[in-house]
Design a protein around this ligand. Structure first.
Ligand code: SF4
Length: 324
């Protein structure tokens, strides 16, 4: 799908015709439909949307961490390899070393019985055959870089001795220890206060200084965080991608009516709530899934789902208002 590609940049990950279903006791539920997008080398992309939009499931699908009742079709191509087709041993080689994942559940994502320094360094032992001492030193260097101090003492300790913000930074350190090419972070600022959010922003900036060609996919509902870090923004609504835009263009002139209302709902813009309720992905509205809440909806919106329309090299939108 060339409409989502900028051929002047090197693509690191291509997603094509992605569909994710869950088999539940109530029946089959399609949670992601028709996702086509590219991530480029060295860019930071914020994937935004309300709860239930499918953004977190998309991240889990890329790293293949979905539960057993999921059924995935389509393609996720990384360096010419379809991640959806490879066996578990090749997946283990790629996961952690080439594509790293920062999970949302900070509390349960660290092993309570393993020392912090070991948890950060083990990816270097597994993927690069580091000796224990070298991996330990690298772990301490990362703790210092991310201001988890006193680093030597923290490395010898266990997760229960750390605050939530420190655990978050330890998780980030263990994700980037092997210097991956793609980092996917699932709601890295969730539950953090303003000061800790600022710390996380600075950590992501340090990560980019460390490896400028690293690509980052930030899954977040935090628009301020997205604005601080992203080069591009991708918006999801009810399991579909509805807008792809440059960061500045998105925040100054958003395209999709949902994006416009989302930005107007920010405290700095007057806190106008988006009318209606978020669409239920298990029983989505007909046509454009946003039509029951959209102030611009017309007959066609209720009947027919708009395709993702390419406006120019960097901007795509799924809305009938843009179909000439
Ligand atoms: Fe609104 Fe219609 Fe555009 Fe959907 S397609 S966002 S209902 S104008």
């Amino acid at each position: 799908m060339s409409h989502v590609s900028d051929t002047s940049k090197e693509v690191i990950l291509s997603i094509r015709d992605l569909k994710v279903k869950f088999y539940t006791e109530e029946g089959e539920v399609t949670v992601i439909s028709d996702v086509n997008l590219d991530l480029f080398k060295g860019e930071t992309v914020a994937l935004i949307g309300e709860s239930g939009s499918g953004k977190s499931i998309l991240g889990h699908t890329i790293i293949r961490l979905l539960p057993k009742n999921a059924n995935v079709s389509g393609h996720i191509i990384y360096k010419g390899i379809d991640l959806l087709k490879i066996d578990s041993s090749l997946l283990r080689n790629i996961r952690g070393r080439e594509i790293a994942w920062i999970p949302q559940m900070v509390g349960s994502s660290l092993n309570p019985t393993v020392k912090i320094g070991v948890q950060i360094g083990e990816v270097l032992i597994d993927h690069y055959n580091y000796r224990n001492q070298r991996a330990w030193s690298s772990a301490i260097d990362l703790l210092k870089l991310f201001e988890v101090e006193p680093a030597e003492e923290v490395a010898k300790g266990y997760p229960h001795q750390l605050s939530g913000g420190m655990k978050q930074r330890v998780l980030i350190a263990s994700a980037i220890a092997a210097r991956p090419n793609l980092l996917i972070a699932d709601e890295p600022t969730k539950g953090l206060d303003t000061i800790k959010k600022t710390l996380i922003v600075n950590i992501f900036k340090k990560i980019k200084d460390l490896k400028p060609d690293l690509s980052i996919l930030l899954i977040t509902h935090d628009l301020k965080f997205a604005r601080e870090l992203a080069d591009r923004v991708i918006v999801m609504y009810c399991g579909k991608v509805i807008e792809i835009n440059d960061k500045n263009s998105f925040f100054e002139l958003p395209l999709h009516p949902y994006s416009k209302l989302l930005l107007k709902s920010l405290p700095s813009k007057g806190l106008y709530p988006i009318p209606g309720k978020p669409a239920n992905v298990a029983n989505p509205p007909s046509g454009c899934r946003f039509h029951p809440r959209c102030p611009y909806a017309s007959d066609i919106c209720e009947k027919s789902s708009p395709p993702l329309i390419k406006l120019d090299l960097n901007r795509c939108v799924a809305c009938w208002l843009y179909k000439r």
